[in-house]
Design a binder for this molecule. Structure first.
Ligand code: ARG
Length: 272
């Protein structure tokens, strides 16, 4: 397999978990009765942030707002392709105000922001593989939003149906590693979607149940380094075999809200 992988410098947006908590439950991971160590959540997030910076990426920050405990999950804030921004529109009222907060951040910086009509949870359900957008539906993002993304972001969109509530966003079940290379958890998808993935990505890395349960697919690749939850050890081994450099991250506190590495990170794809 490929021995030399090249990293491309990325532009990310993150949100410090200053107001992070698990006060409500909108996915099976969230149990408001279970204690969350807020200081540890911040520390773990800071380590992730420092790691991105040490890898040479540019990381910008958006300020978290009180009353929006899930705002740390920047991936859901928007989708940005070639300088065009599709703002997010959240499924649940608890996160509704995050959409305008992220949209304002981009608008203030001069981006062309499209306000969505249909529900879409940003990069939680839209993953860009170079010249195509893989788009999840089933739990959060409306299929109509796929057409909206196609129009505004000007890339073809392929819909994928999620069927396991534990993997409610596409980025909990699939990660793009390099152009045309992905890893995913087949059981999270409907049979037609599985078939599509098998055909389009015959050499994809598939995750074990343990890897998926450890949120190993909620990973972020720069083309060479793949940051993923440290408990996803099988996936890390598969990645190393393919010439990637897996780097384990510990985000135990954020996992209590159903999020990890990728959820914390929105990629800003600026104009070419
Ligand atoms: N508690 C958040 C929710 O259920 C977690 C979001 C995770 N983000 C992601 N990109 N998968 O909406």
């Amino acid at each position: 397999m490929t021995s030399e992988r090249t990293a491309r410098q990325r532009h990310y947006l993150m949100c410090r978990p200053t107001h992070f908590a698990v006060d409500y439950s909108i996915n099976p991971w969230m149990d408001p009765g279970k204690p969350v160590d807020a200081d540890l959540a911040i520390l773990q997030w800071e380590q992730l942030h420092a790691l991105f910076v040490s890898l040479g990426h540019t990381v910008e920050l958006i300020e978290g707002l009180p009353g929006l405990p899930d705002m740390v999950f920047a991936a859901n804030g928007a989708t940005v392709v070639n300088g065009r921004v599709l703002a997010a529109k959240f499924r649940y009222q608890e996160r509704e105000a995050e959409g305008p907060a992220y949209a304002d951040w981009f608008r203030t910086r001069g981006y062309d922001v499209h306000e969505p009509v249909h529900v879409n949870e940003g990069e939680g359900d839209f993953l860009v593989d170079e010249d195509v957008i893989l788009a999840g539906t089933g739990f959060r993002t409306d299929p109509e939003a796929h057409r909206e993304a196609e129009k505004h972001l000007r890339l073809p969109v392929v819909g994928l149906e999620l069927v396991d509530p534990r993997f409610y966003h596409l980025d909990t079940a699939l990660a793009v590693l390099a152009p045309g290379e992905i890893m995913y958890y087949p059981a999270a998808f409907s049979e037609p979607s599985r078939q599509f993935l098998r055909n389009r990505y015959p050499d994809a890395i598939t995750a074990t149940d343990e890897d998926a349960q450890a949120f190993g697919l909620n990973a972020l690749s720069d083309g060479r380094n793949v940051i993923l939850p440290e408990a996803a050890t099988h996936l890390a081994a598969r990645l190393a075999e393919r010439g990637f450099t897996p780097i384990g991250a510990s985000l135990s506190e954020l996992l209590k809200a159903g999020g990890s590495v990728k959820c914390c990170t929105l990629e800003i794809r600026d104009r070419d």
